[in-house]
Design a protein around this ligand. Structure first.
Ligand code: GLP
Length: 246
């Protein structure tokens, strides 16, 4: 794993956006794996700027998002569909028919998850997967467990994730209890991965995930085994890694 140190959130966002833009410039028909949460918003802003200035063109790209809340329709303002259109797709030229997210409104979890994995496979697999990381080390919505989950599946969100995500909803009671998410195996199949982490509140989990033992109790720790991972992490999030970085 290559760790790129960023000064702060803005610096992390610029650096990570530069890596994604380079991917699209080098391979215009890239299959991009995209993420939600507050961490990637700055990346999307930088990519929109690059698109407007003519530096990066998404017209041949295909995208697959990591996850979606189960039970929310695409037009719900807390759905990840809505988030992605508002923060990225409405402002760039990814063709609408090549934008993919799990459909949270599909009640048959098994069928919807199988459809999603098949779509990723049919597209040829993800070239570059963007990831954020939850406070408990989750990636996508792969929560700490006894084993690493495999393909796209339905998860029960942990109390800590519901608590962390309630800031986006009217109350904790409004946060959906389940989500459809790419599994760890789906994520690990991506040819390249870029993970971004910012802020002091993630410092402890960064140390565990990037320097601790590989364990499904810290889902992001599996990334240590991937051959092509870049972590763009700001100073605050790296603050507990100390001499491990030297
Ligand atoms: C959610 C998403 C994850 C994201 C995580 C961290 O749970 N499913 O993909 O990485 O939140 O979010 P944030 O970047 O807001 O800390």
């Amino acid at each position: 794993m290559k760790i790129i140190r960023a000064k702060d959130y803005n610096d992390m966002s610029r650096k990570a956006a530069g890596i994604i833009a380079a991917q699209v410039i080098l391979k215009p028909d890239s299959i991009l794996g995209l993420a939600t949460g507050s961490s990637p918003i700055g990346i999307y802003e930088n990519l929109i700027k690059g698109y407007r200035e003519g530096d990066v063109d998404f017209s041949a790209c295909t995208t697959f998002n990591l996850d979606e809340y189960r039970g929310l329709t695409a037009d719900h303002d807390q759905s990840y569909h809505y988030f992605m259109y508002k923060n990225f797709f409405d402002s760039v030229n990814v063709p609408r028919d090549r934008i993919n997210l799990p459909d949270g409104s599909q009640p048959d979890a098994e069928k919807e998850c199988a459809r999603y994995d098949a779509a990723i496979e049919a597209a040829g697999g993800v070239d570059l997967q963007l990831l954020g990381m939850g406070l408990n080390g989750h990636i996508g919505f792969n929560e700490p467990e006894d084993t690493f989950p495999k393909g796209t599946h339905c998860v029960d969100l942990t109390e800590s994730t519901i608590e962390a995500n309630k800031r986006f909803f009217a109350s904790a009671d409004d946060v959906p209890r389940q989500a459809y998410t790419m599994g760890v195996q789906t994520i690990m199949r991506a040819r390249k991965i870029i993970i971004i982490v910012s802020g002091q509140n993630k410092a402890e989990i960064v140390r565990k995930a990037f320097f601790g033992p590989v364990t499904p109790q810290v889902p992001a720790s599996i990334l240590q085994l991937h051959p092509d991972v870049v972590a763009v992490v700001d100073e605050a999030a790296l603050s507990e890694c100390g001499d491990l970085l030297k």
